[in-house]
Write a protein that binds this ligand. Structure first.
Ligand SMILES: *Cc1c(COP(=O)(O)O)cnc(C)c1O
Length: 385
């Protein structure tokens, strides 16, 4: 994206700090090579490189321990494939409708299409940006066809009520899979299947990877078979499937990341608190509820004055501060999904124009926080008529 001169926007002078080094919007907190070494040595010793080896099984067991007893974890090559194969494992009629918010990353909608379903975009709640069971129930009568599934999305990793979605599923027969791609920290219940991404930019990264947590053993068994040619402990392909397994090398990164998670989490929480303090005298900027106290993620999404996100983004960009409109204008605006049926989406459009991802990472420095906060304050002042 090209830098926009701030004086071309609102005649506010460029802050002095703009001469400093550019602040990135994200910086993954990955384990170091030395953290991986003991796990890589185990791979050398066993000579087991993929196909549900000991490191993948240990990684899955440690992830399962974060959920209620009896929760199954299936790891996969990435989060998008995890969503696609979760939908496939539900054996839904091809061409049936899958409801999802447009206020999500395009991966959610890609997964729906790749699974042979029709994405139907529905609007979200104005306070949280989230699709709720009540919100979906209210628009079900407007659906463009029989609704077989729904994928509510955890907005940038905020906690989701999987029990409420289970009640919705039981009441309506609509199968629910939660997309909690950024929800590694907050996802602790899987009354319906929950997908967490392990992409490097997400809360706990292995590079590329993801997992589905579920309390339904039969579903998890089908899903696991979907990741391995529909083999079930033998070499018989029972139906069309694919290869979407996580390798032992990726599991090594995951295990090392889990070893460090308590300390990584503390670093994220400390950065979040410092950023919140630096912006505490700026009531026009609000953080997601509970972010940095009840839960954490690798991104910082803030709400700005209505309609100001693009102008603030351009001003910060010119001041050497990278931001990201993580979900752009909503999925329904992407060329790949313009032809999909959709409800009216006034809240999504409002959120797209009013929310922005600020620079955030585990070791966000005091100077970076001060520069971000002070430049943002100048940008906000420039909005006033
Ligand atoms: C990142 C993301 C995905 C996709 O996960 P990958 O592991 O990158 O494939 C899906 N949904 C949302 C909301 C995401 O942010």
């Amino acid at each position: 994206m090209s830098a926009v001169k701030p004086d071309a926007l609102d005649h506010t002078p460029l802050p002095a700090a703009a001469s400093g080094i550019r602040i990135p919007v994200a910086s993954p907190a990955m384990p170091r090579a030395s953290d991986l070494a003991p796990y890589l040595e185990r791979i050398d010793t066993t000579g087991w490189y993929s196909n549900f080896g000991p490191l993948v099984l240990e990684f899955e067991a440690r992830l399962a321990a974060r959920f209620a007893p009896g929760t199954e974890i299936v790891t996969l090559a990435n989060g998008t494939l995890a969503l696609t194969l979760a939908l496939e494992a539900l054996s839904l009629p091809k061409g049936s409708v899958c409801a999802l918010p447009s206020w999500t990353f395009v991966a959610t909608a890609h997964a729906v299409r790749m699974a042979g379903l029709v994405p139907w975009f529905v609007d979200v709640q104005p306070d949280t940006g989230e699709l709720t069971p009540e919100g979906l129930l209210a628009v079900l009568p407007e659906a463009p066809g029989p609704v077989a599934a729904a994928i509510p999305v955890a907005v940038m990793g905020r906690p989701m009520d999987s029990a409420a979605w289970r009640a919705f599923q039981d009441a309506t027969g609509v199968k629910v899979v939660i997309d909690a791609a950024a929800g590694f920290d907050s996802a602790a219940a899987a009354r319906v299947p929950v997908m967490v991404s392990l992409h490097a930019t997400k809360t706990l990264g292995v590079g590329e990877g993801g997992y589905i947590a579920s309390e339904d053993l039969e579903f998890s068994t089908r899903l696991r078979a979907m990741t391995n040619f529909a083999f079930m402990g033998d070499r018989i392909s029972r139906h069309v499937a694919t290869n979407a397994k996580l390798s032992e090398y990726a599991a090594a990164v995951g295990l090392a990341a889990l070893d460090r998670w308590a300390s990584t989490r503390r670093r994220y929480v400390t950065s979040a608190r410092r950023l919140a303090i630096a912006l505490s005298d700026t009531p026009e900027v609000t953080f997601q509820e509970g972010w940095g106290s009840d839960w954490i993620s690798s991104t910082c999404l803030v709400r700005l004055p209505a309609g100001s996100a693009c102008r603030i983004e351009a001003f910060l960009e010119a001041g050497g501060i990278s931001t990201r409109r993580w979900w752009e204008s909503g999925c329904h605006m992407a060329p790949a999904f313009r032809d999909c049926p959709s409800c009216a989406l006034p809240v999504t459009e409002q959120l797209a124009a009013s929310t922005l991802g600020l620079p955030f990472f585990a070791d966000l420095g005091a100077e970076q926080i001060q520069r971000t906060a002070s430049t943002l304050k100048v940008a906000l002042a420039g909005l006033q008529p």
